[in-house]
Design a protein around this ligand. Structure first.
Ligand code: ADP
Length: 463
């Protein structure tokens, strides 16, 4: 097992990783930007190193600075968490070249799944269902997009080949909209990912987002740990997630789980990963992408399967075999995660500032992952996700009641949060009945869609 692990991240996931390392007897090094000198992950790690100024490019995305810290402080492993460098093949490669273990898949798998048209091609060949869409390597010119849209029929979704965090995505309902929105989506992709390559996919109305958690060791053993329903989204970004999916059946789980395992097997994947699908009303499902890292919402799977996914990811990176077999995985009860953002309730714009009073709820089945404390200043520079509240119970109905009670108890004074929105969702009759799709949150839009938050780099992609 590793001796010292550098956590290449901040916020809730950095703390989550440090805690897992403690249990495994691994020493931890936190890195931080000057804006994060008072952050909780800095306080609780064994060692902490300032690696640059506030701008993420100069700190949490600064590969040379992170690698030199790894070497100077003698870390033998790096955990990238989610967001930042977690899906950057160059970073994984730089770690391995420096003789340090990257807790995640191999660089080539990160790159492969990060190229979405390529991932689609591989899945199609492997018999994993995909939606009709652009063939080949994608499109970068409007005329090619127009030809694809004509073939597919409207509505279509424009997506960025290098996409993530919903950036570069636009739903298009006719040729006129395509001509207007394609250049905008492409410009957004160029700004976010430095890539003009786009692709089109048939837009599936009223679909659910259902994703499968994968674990794979270095000996090609692959299992899945069931699904999460992440259909409660705003602008294609997840807000509330749950496990299991309320409309899942045993047969469908087997079928989708098999497809997810095949997706990982066909490329020889290792470590944690998530295979994301859209599930249509008629029970058909379609691969949309694979995330090659731990996800924000991993906690709901941990609660219903009693598995520590972060621990498993570290064990696998250290060359240990999977700790369990597929038949040992059961789903116990239901878990719901509310992502708590520092945001204005009406405009959804980030609301950074000082948290004057913080009281986190607790009790049976309540888990709070947060980096907040009394007097902490939420910085303007990073993703506004400040806490994750997970409620686990024997039944989904009780998990809903427990979530509501915990949210009502949660005190975060000094800044605005989206807790009121979560309470509305949990009180909604359709949500309670499990009757929802990815368009659910449209009914709670309270203001004209705000401009995307002015964050330099998201800490966490939606998925
Ligand atoms: P990103 O990686 O940018 O988050 P994804 O491909 O994971 O993008 O899609 C994000 C969300 O967009 C999905 O969860 C779903 O709600 C919606 N979406 C993606 N593809 C489609 C599609 N073809 N039809 C309908 N909705 C889609």
């Amino acid at each position: 097992m590793f001796k010292k692990l550098l956590v290449a991240n901040r916020g809730t996931i950095a703390i989550r990783i440090i805690r897992a390392c403690r249990e495994l007897g691994i020493g931890t090094i936190a890195i931080y930007s000057t804006a994060d000198k008072d952050a909780l992950h800095v306080r609780i790690a064994d060692e902490a190193v300032c690696i640059g100024p506030a701008a993420a490019e100069d700190s949490y995305l600064n590969i040379p600075s992170i690698i030199s810290t790894v070497l100077t402080y003698g870390a033998d492993a790096v955990h990238p968490g989610y967001g930042f460098l977690s899906e950057n093949g160059d970073f994984a490669e730089a770690c391995r070249r420096s003789g340090v273990n990257f807790v995640g898949p191999r660089a080539r798998h990160i790159r492969l799944m990060g190229d979405k048209p390529r991932a689609r091609r591989i899945m199609k060949r492997a018999g994993v269902p995909i939606l009709p869409g652009s063939e080949g390597t994608g499109v970068s010119e409007l005329k090619d997009a127009q030809a694809d849209a004509k073939r597919l029929g409207y509505p279509v979704l424009i997506k960025a080949a290098a996409g993530g965090g919903g950036k570069g995505m636009r739903v298009v309902r006719d040729a006129h909209e395509l001509a207007r929105l394609f250049p905008l989506a492409r410009a957004e992709s160029e700004a976010a990912f430095g890539s003009r390559t786009m692709y089109l996919e048939k837009y599936l109305e009223r679909a659910r987002h259902v994703e499968f958690q994968i674990l794979a060791d270095n000996n090609r053993n692959v299992i899945h740990l069931g699904e999460r329903d992440c259909s409660i989204q705003r602008r294609h970004q997840k807000v509330l997630e749950e496990a299991p999916c309320p409309v899942m059946t045993k047969r469908l789980r087997e079928k989708m789980g098999k497809a997810a395992v095949r997706a990982a097997e066909v490329v020889g994947y290792s470590n944690v990963g998530t295979v994301e699908f859209l599930l249509a009303d008629d029970g058909q499902f379609y691969f949309i992408e694979m995330n090659t890292r731990i996800q924000v919402e991993h906690g709901v799977t941990e609660m219903v399967t009693s598995t520590d996914l972060v621990r498993e990811s570290i064990r696998i990176a250290a060359g240990e075999p999977l700790g369990m077999k597929q038949r040992q995985i059961g789903i116990e009860g239901a878990a719901i995660e509310c992502r708590i953002y520092a945001e204005d309730a009406r405009t959804h714009l980030p609301s950074p500032g000082v948290v004057t009073n913080h009281h986190a709820p607790g009790g049976l089945g309540v888990r709070v992952e947060t980096a907040l404390y009394d007097g902490y200043r939420v910085p303007v520079h990073y993703d506004p996700l400040i806490a994750k509240l997970i409620a686990h119970a024997d039944t989904r109905a009780l998990a809903i009641v427990r979530s509501k009670a915990a949210l009502r108890e949660y005190v975060i004074d000094g800044i605005s949060t989206n807790i009121p929105l979560h309470l509305k969702i949990l009180d909604d009759a359709d949500f309670q009945g499990g009757e929802f799709a990815t368009d659910f949150l449209k009914r709670y839009e309270t203001a004209p869609p705000a401009a995307p938050p002015a964050i330099e780099h998201p800490t966490a992609k939606a998925s």
